[in-house]
Write a protein that binds this ligand. Structure first.
Ligand code: NAD
Length: 278
């Protein structure tokens, strides 16, 4: 069946409203700053979705845009100022950024405690060493979906398609920490189907529409579709959802699946940061 993510989102939003009310009583209002250093249309749409939920939940936000003529120093300087600003809880650099900017330099200039996306090398290291610090939003969202579905992870065989730093690698780590047996497949993996057919849980984050079809999955497995692809003006995932839904126990939809849960996870990270602040 196709998972109803809307229900999960409503529940999570209600929980966030309560947590934010407690913080408000203590005069603690989260603030997130979005740094946008690209002119990518998809990025603009992601930022709009993030701003929408901030407005809905009464979270302060600010957007700082850089044009293509900006220098790396300018962006780093801006981030350093935000690091010092006590009113700013979290800083998010919307990826991708202009090619002339070094992504590691920019992301690592964020103070780790304000790195709401969890991409700073310190936070990546913390995650890999098992310290649950700030978890990157998409993997956190996937874990929330699996949790809401009541999926037992211990001993399960999980195949992750994609080895990026923002999805594939961190989700594999989180699943390992839950005692799953994990295989990461990627563009050079031979005979992808041999792995996917065995998976109790299949997480697909390749960015290729129709990559996973019904014949490639195990009966009654759980399929999490992370992909976002624009095909003939429509947004689709990496999974042939309709046919896969007939064989899988659960498949997440695109749009309206991992994407909105990722945004909820971002707000959860932000709220957690304020809750943990002195
Ligand atoms: P990426 O381009 O960094 O990585 C893609 C990965 O897929 C690579 O590791 C590559 O080796 C692998 N791959 C490519 N072709 C393959 C093939 N034929 N077989 C097996 N593996 C293959 O992408 P990313 O940033 O991890 O994102 C992946 C997808 O998820 C994209 O569509 C992206 O838009 C989407 N995404 C969605 C969210 C969300 O919130 N829903 C968040 C991040 C990324």
């Amino acid at each position: 069946m196709i998972v109803d993510i809307k229900k999960m989102i409503s529940k999570k939003e209600e929980e966030l409203v309560k947590r934010l009310a407690v913080l408000k009583q203590k005069n603690k209002i989260p603030k997130i700053v979005f740094i946008v250093a690209n002119e990518d249309e998809a990025s603009k749409s992601y930022i709009r979705s993030k701003i929408k939920i901030c407005d809905k939940l009464g979270i302060k936000q600010e957007e700082i845009y850089f044009t293509h003529t900006c220098s790396e120093e300018e962006v780093v300087e801006c981030i350093k100022k935000l690091n010092q600003d006590k009113a700013v809880t979290g800083i998010l650099v919307q990826l991708p950024i202009y090619h002339h900017l070094n992504v590691n330099t920019i992301v690592n200039s964020i103070k780790p405690s304000k790195d709401v996306d969890g991409f700073h090398t310190f936070n990546v290291g913390s995650l890999y060493s098992g310290c649950q610090n700030i978890i990157p939003c998409t993997p956190k969202g996937i874990m929330s979906i699996l949790d809401e579905l009541g999926i037992e992870l211990s001993g399960k065989y999980v195949v992750v398609i994609g080895r990026s730093n923002i999805v594939g690698k961190p989700i594999a780590q989180l699943l390992l920490q839950k005692d799953s047996t994990v295989t990461i497949c990627h563009s050079k993996t031979r005979n992808l189907k041999e792995y996917t057919k065995e998976a109790d849980i299949l997480i697909v984050a390749a960015g290729i529409s129709n990559l996973v079809t019904k014949d490639m999955i195990k009966k009654d497995s759980v399929i999490i579709d992370v992909g976002i692809n624009r095909v003939k003006d429509k947004i689709v995932g990496d999974v042939a959802t309709i046919e896969v839904a007939k064989k899988a126990k659960y498949v997440t939809p695109v749009p309206g699946g991992v994407g909105p849960m990722t945004i909820i996870s971002l707000i959860e990270n932000l709220v957690e940061m304020v809750e943990n602040s002195k």
